[in-house]
Design a binder for this molecule. Structure first.
Ligand code: GLA
Length: 386
């Protein structure tokens, strides 16, 4: 596609994966803990240097009429109102320039297999792919955590979505066969093996697009900040974020609080604990315990955090009802998008048959065509040999 668009060969090709979060939802912006893994779906960018300061971007998946090509100057980066997809690239280029990285003009093609707007972090994957592309093209040396942070700033400040650090972090630092337990305050992380050949993670895209997500996401963030302040007052000590509150402390003062802030806080405080328990369960080989925590997380997101929806509740129920199911939950921000189901003891054929059955039942009940696929824990972003 690069050759067809620009003629000649690209100099650099990179990939950055999408992600699912195993557990630890809506905790990252509360300085808490998350436990995502990179998936075998990724965004690829290939391109080459230009002698001038221009950036020519091509996204073949867009129809020409929707603006499959975009152009900008590195001398003055402005938001592209007509081609929103270009802003992920431009935002990252701007952050690199803000860090005084010497990046050059380039011609590049973006393509990939992460479905867009389904909650698998295609936007973080484009951002991380862009940073990784310029690292390789211009020989930059940036610590991987710094890359995750600059991509988050691009998303927060340039694209204008107020997300946490999880998606960029796992897309950059993911490791094959592992999930990452990330402390979103210190950015310390633990690589936890997640490669039991008997265990399969299935991603189930409800096909319901996340309409409310931006405004509801910001409302939840604000409720959490209010909650942290109120809990601090009740405990008589500073609480910087909900991460600083233990479940026992929360139980002590819960009666003094009011809904919905109390419900939001209950979710976050218990979810942080579930992340810790999940890691311990996996390390002990306790799949049943791990599955129970996934199910509990879903209930908490549904009833206390109120970010699930009928489609997610239905598809997680269907997944749980299948043979070999360990647990299932919505993953990502919610209001549609994807769920995950974790299964044990199914071979490839049985997994395919199960995906077909769940899809058929879901379609019957909703009239919507879902998409289900198994994935292993994949590696984070990298340059690709071509
Ligand atoms: C979205 C955001 C993440 C995180 C999740 C919820 O994916 O981009 O930062 O907050 O929602 O866990």
């Amino acid at each position: 596609m690069f050759r067809a668009q620009f003629g000649g060969e690209p100099q650099v090709t990179v990939q950055a994966p999408g992600r699912v979060n195993l557990i630890g939802e809506h905790t990252d912006y509360n300085d808490g803990f998350v436990f995502p893994m990179a998936i075998e779906r990724s965004v690829m960018i290939c391109g080459r240097r230009r002698k001038d300061n221009r950036l020519l971007m091509h996204q073949p998946a867009m129809a020409a009429t929707e603006g499959a090509t975009a152009e900008a100057s590195l001398n003055r980066i402005e938001k592209d109102r007509e081609r929103p997809w270009a802003n992920y690239i431009l935002g990252v280029a701007r952050e690199l320039l803000n860090l005084s990285c010497s990046i050059c003009g380039a011609e590049l093609t973006v393509a990939g297999t992460v479905p867009i707007a389904s909650g698998l972090s295609s936007s973080a994957a484009i951002e991380v792919a862009t940073a990784t592309f310029f690292e390789a093209l211009c020989g930059l040396k940036i610590a991987p955590k710094e890359v995750a942070l600059l991509c988050q700033r691009a998303e927060n400040q340039f694209v204008g979505v107020n997300c946490g650090i999880m998606d960029m972090f796992i897309s950059k630092l993911g490791r094959e066969g592992h999930a990452l337990m990330i402390d979103c305050r210190s950015l310390e992380y633990t690589q936890v093996p997640f490669d039991d050949p008997a265990v399969t993670v299935v991603v189930a895209d409800t096909g319901v697009r996340r309409g409310l997500v931006d405004s509801e996401y910001n409302t939840r963030r604000a409720e959490c900040e209010t909650g942290a302040r109120l809990i601090g007052e009740a405990l008589g000590r500073p609480v910087k974020a909900l991460r600083d509150v233990s479940v026992a402390e929360f139980r002590r003062i819960e009666a003094e609080m009011h809904d919905p802030v109390r419900m939001r806080c209950r979710h976050v405080v218990t979810e942080d604990e579930r992340v810790m328990q999940s890691v311990a369960a996996l390390e002990a080989g306790d799949w049943k315990g791990f599955g129970r925590l996934l199910n509990d997380s879903h209930v908490s997101l549904r009833d206390d955090y109120e970010v699930s929806c009928d489609a997610l509740n239905l598809i997680t129920d269907l997944l749980r009802g299948e043979r070999g199911a360990i647990g299932a939950r919505m993953t990502g921000a919610g209001f549609g998008g994807c769920a995950i189901g974790v299964f044990r003891g199914l071979d490839e054929k049985a997994v395919q048959a199960m995906c077909g059955r769940v899809a058929a039942r879901y379609r019957e009940r909703t009239g919507i065509e879902p998409s289900l696929f198994p994935t292993r824990a994949a590696a984070g972003a990298s340059a690709v040999e071509t």
